[in-house]
Ligand binder design. Structure first.
Ligand code: ATR
Length: 284
């Protein structure tokens, strides 16, 4: 069997983040801060795991006494498939970012991305989602992962727009029939759509420095423009929204910290404060 994990350094609780690439991940910093605040002895590693090999990595992680694993791109679907027990929100998201083992040794999975996004929007940025219109850009894994949590907030309408229209359509169809209206809207021309209060970019466009084809009038009248990506400098989407009159445009750093806090709570039974960690990571 391949070796993914270094020898254990101590008897502290052992957790990790796996993905490819993972070298840039801020999860070790975030979990170390939570551990310091809650007084939990923790070793947390970031470990490169290639697609198709997660099962082996999870087996080794369990053998060395690991208790909690965060899973990032591109392994969230694989993590979901591997799990023997899934939370309701992981089940409906179709992807998992948090794994752990229960008393029977079964692999449990949750998806904390959606709750992370919602907490960042509502608690940290004071945005109301209930009875509002949300525009979600993208219909890939990242978008799918947050749709259930957004719908739990009972928006009036969730509009989904994606370059490949069929994916927006099938995502909208999958989640329709609840209290909120869930509708696909065209990607190339969004001029005619209902004004959203929240615009959430769940595409990977910022990675290549690109922005979606949004009418700038929509930006100026939205309460918040939110990029689920984050980087030290403003992402392409955040910069573009700010330049074009958006009153508030933020990246997904807060979501990252909030989803980590939820994983931390699942594994350690203690809920850390997120505000100080977000401030620290922003260098404030
Ligand atoms: P993730 O898990 O990060 O969501 P993904 O499933 O590959 O990754 O989805 C990437 C998202 O970014 C998709 O919504 C994708 O649109 P398509 O479904 O049409 O591929 C979107 N995306 C990526 N590059 C894009 C581009 N150049 N223009 C528009 N949308 C893009």
């Amino acid at each position: 069997m391949s070796d993914w994990f270094p020898p254990r350094r101590s008897a502290a609780a052992y957790c990790c983040v796996v993905g490819t690439p993972v070298a840039h991940s801020k999860s070790p910093l975030i979990h170390a801060a939570f551990a310091a605040e809650t007084g939990i002895e923790l070793d947390y590693d970031r470990v490169e795991v290639q697609p198709g090999t997660l099962a082996g990595a999870v087996t080794q992680f369990r053998q060395i006494g690991g208790i909690g694993m965060n899973v990032t791109v591109p392994l969230k679907l694989e993590a979901w498939s591997l799990a023997q027990v899934r939370s309701q929100r992981a089940q409906s998201a179709g992807a998992a970012n948090t794994l752990w083992f229960d008393g029977d040794g079964q692999i449990n999975a949750d998806n904390t991305d959606g709750v992370g996004l919602v907490r960042d929007l509502t608690r940290n940025h004071h945005i109301t989602l209930q009875d509002t219109t949300i525009l979600l850009l993208g219909a890939g894994g990242a978008a799918r992962g947050v749709v259930p949590a957004l719908l739990d907030c009972a928006p009036k309408t969730l509009l989904i727009s994606n370059r490949s229209a069929h994916k927006a359509k099938s995502l909208a169809e999958e989640f329709s029939g609840q209290t909120s209206i869930v509708e696909p809207v065209p990607w190339g021309d969004m001029r005619g759509i209902e004004q959203p209060q929240s615009i959430i970019n769940a595409t990977s466009l910022s990675l290549s420095g690109d922005v979606p084809p949004l009418d700038i009038d929509l930006l100026a009248r939205a309460q918040i423009c939110y990029d689920m990506m984050y980087s030290a400098e403003p992402t392409a989407f955040v910069a573009w929204c700010r330049e074009n009159g958006a009153p508030v445009a933020v990246d997904g750093l807060g979501m990252l910290v909030e989803q980590a806090a939820e994983s931390f709570t699942i594994w350690h039974g203690r809920t850390p404060q997120t505000g100080p960690v977000i401030k620290e990571l922003r260098g404030l």
